[in-house]
Design a binder for this molecule. Structure first.
Ligand SMILES: Nc1ncnc2c1ncn2[C@@H]1O[C@H](COP(=O)(O)OP(=O)(O)O)[C@@H](O)[C@H]1O
Ligand SMILES: [Mg+2]
Length: 248
């Protein structure tokens, strides 16, 4: 079982769009896939039309994998299940601060799902916290959407600094360009600079696309209603690239 995290310190960069569409592409390729919506805002859950029960179960999230099994919901798609977010996920940091081995807690608990799933995708909230450290320890691959602007490059560097500070594996971080508008000089120049600077930069670029933006209306992965457009096919390409890296 592989664990992939969609992460960025920044909000609004496409983490959720990436999680949802990669989960769909992976499931379509035949992998038994579980998407876990770790962001209490619940955007991934919304796109897949699943809701958490009312009970405040977040406080048991890190206890045992059996707790997680109870919360798994089927999506409308083959091979694709989801653990929807719950408001109580806002308190994950406080919860983890009570655990002695908090960095390893998430990895431990997810391990229990290895009979059930080939791939777990984590849609993460934009914080640098105990939760994100636990995510970085759990995931083999941390996929980071970067909008090609100077500020985004700066936040990407801050993430790398954090990894160095905590002695985490920098080579697990895989950035890719999200919401790309090639007509903008700033985007074009940033892409050229960053492609040279970061060896793990993935080749696929997800364009700024009104088809992707419309996922909220359709409440489904973009490939379900606009598979042939540039935006609609981009996550499939991204998935091909990521699965090659994971298998190598
Ligand atoms: N490639 C894209 N083109 C246009 N809009 C996008 C694209 N990716 C995401 N969006 C839109 O941008 C907003 C933020 O995306 P989202 O995936 O929720 O980011 P995050 O999870 O990083 O906060 C959403 O309204 C989403 O529909
Ligand atoms: Mg999100």
């Amino acid at each position: 079982m592989k664990i992939l995290a969609c992460y960025s310190i920044k909000g609004g960069v496409g983490k959720t769009a990436t999680s949802v569409n990669l989960a769909y592409a992976a499931a379509q390729s035949g992998l038994r896939t579980l998407l876990i919506d770790l962001d209490s805002q619940g955007a991934s859950s919304f796109y897949f039309r699943v809701r958490s029960g009312k009970k405040n179960w977040g406080k048991r999230f890190f206890n045992t994998y059996e707790e997680l099994l109870k919360q798994i919901k089927a999506s409308d798609y083959d091979n694709l299940d989801i653990i929807p977010a719950h408001q109580s996920f806002r308190h994950f940091d406080a919860l983890l601060s009570d655990h002695k081995k908090r960095h390893r807690r998430l990895r431990q608990v997810l391990k229990g799902l290895k009979q059930e799933y080939d791939l777990i995708i984590l849609d993460c909230p934009p914080t640098l916290s105990y939760l994100s450290e636990a995510v970085f320890q759990a995931a083999q691959m941390i996929v980071v959407p970067v909008i090609p602007t100077t500020l985004s490059e700066r936040t990407f560097e801050q993430l790398q600094d954090f990894f160095r500070d905590k002695e985490l594996r920098l080579d697990n971080i895989y950035p890719f360009f999200s919401m790309v508008q090639r007509s903008k000089h700033l985007h074009k120049n940033t892409i050229e600079r960053m492609q040279v600077r970061y060896k793990n930069m993935l080749e696929t670029q997800v364009p700024f696309s009104s088809d992707i933006e419309k996922m909220g209306e359709h409440r489904s992965p973009v490939a379900c209603y606009a598979a042939r457009t540039a935006g609609g096919s981009s996550y499939n390409h991204l998935w091909q690239e990521i699965s090659q890296v994971m298998d190598s």
